[in-house]
Write a protein that binds this ligand. Structure first.
Ligand code: DC
Length: 234
């Protein structure tokens, strides 16, 4: 059950909208737990890929894999949750392996399988422990935490999102072509919004923030105002 003492803030939106950064900063500032639900789909995508399972043909086997997958986040076992963003598959750290282009594509494919989403539902809800929760994903407000008191739908134009990703990659010394990034984002947007199981969409009671022309600080300030109104002081 949700309660005022352990509120849930959901942040949904398309790839590259800045959700991850905002969710992580918000969880840090509030002392809340962070659920990066995309990482769950990414780890499953990686595990399916390695097991040689095909998203179109092996849906049952992938859902079974999801049910037993030993995923955990480093931050869940540290005192300062936000200091350790590592992601683990059993004893193997997969923080980088789940971010490759191939793993991203597989995450999006396995996320479209209804039985996979059903299998991961309770696991996501279990992240709500004694503290509040900031839940980052595509269907946090519509499906996983429909009773959350504050739901944000964070978006930005596809061009702005491609440009942000381009800058991030270049800053890391990784060669990237803007037009290819734009095309990839458009493909992922189409897959995430058009699937029948929990497609990406804003919950009816979500507040949409279009961050195309906003800085991270401006988005944070707007969400903090909403927290004060919807949840109260934290
Ligand atoms: O947020 P992300 O880019 O790490 O998500 C990876 C993939 O998982 C992306 O294609 C969308 C999918 N996803 C989803 O379907 N539902 C969620 N709640 C989170 C992510």
């Amino acid at each position: 059950m949700l309660s005022a003492a352990r509120p849930v803030i959901t942040i949904d939106g398309p790839s590259g909208s800045g959700k991850g950064t905002i969710a992580s900063r918000l969880a840090q500032r509030l002392g809340f737990t962070l659920l990066d639900s995309g990482a769950l789909y990414r780890v499953l995508g990686l595990a399916a890929l390695r097991a040689g399972l095909k998203p179109e043909e092996d849906q049952e086997a992938i859902a079974a894999l999801a049910a037993d997958l030993p995923i955990h986040f480093g931050r869940a076992v540290t005192d300062a949750p936000w200091k350790d963003d590592s992601v683990w598959l059993g004893a193997e750290e997969v923080s980088l392996a789940i971010r490759t282009d191939e793993a991203s594509a597989w995450a999006s494919l396995v996320a479209a399988i209804p039985a996979v989403r059903a299998s991961l539902l309770q696991r996501q809800r279990d992240f709500l422990g004694d503290a509040g929760l900031v839940a980052d994903g595509r269907d946090m407000g519509t499906t996983v935490f429909p009773e959350a008191p504050l739901k944000v739908f964070l978006t930005a134009s596809v061009e702005a999102r491609a440009e942000r990703r381009h800058k991030q990659l270049i800053a890391k010394g990784i060669d990237a072509i803007l037009s290819a990034l734009l095309r990839e984002l458009q493909e992922r947007d189409a897959r995430d919004t058009q699937r029948s199981a929990s497609p990406l969409r804003a919950a009816e009671d979500a507040i949409t923030i279009d961050s195309t022309d906003m800085s991270i600080e401006q988005v944070m300030a707007q969400i903090e105002e909403l927290i004060a109104i919807k949840i109260g002081k934290h």
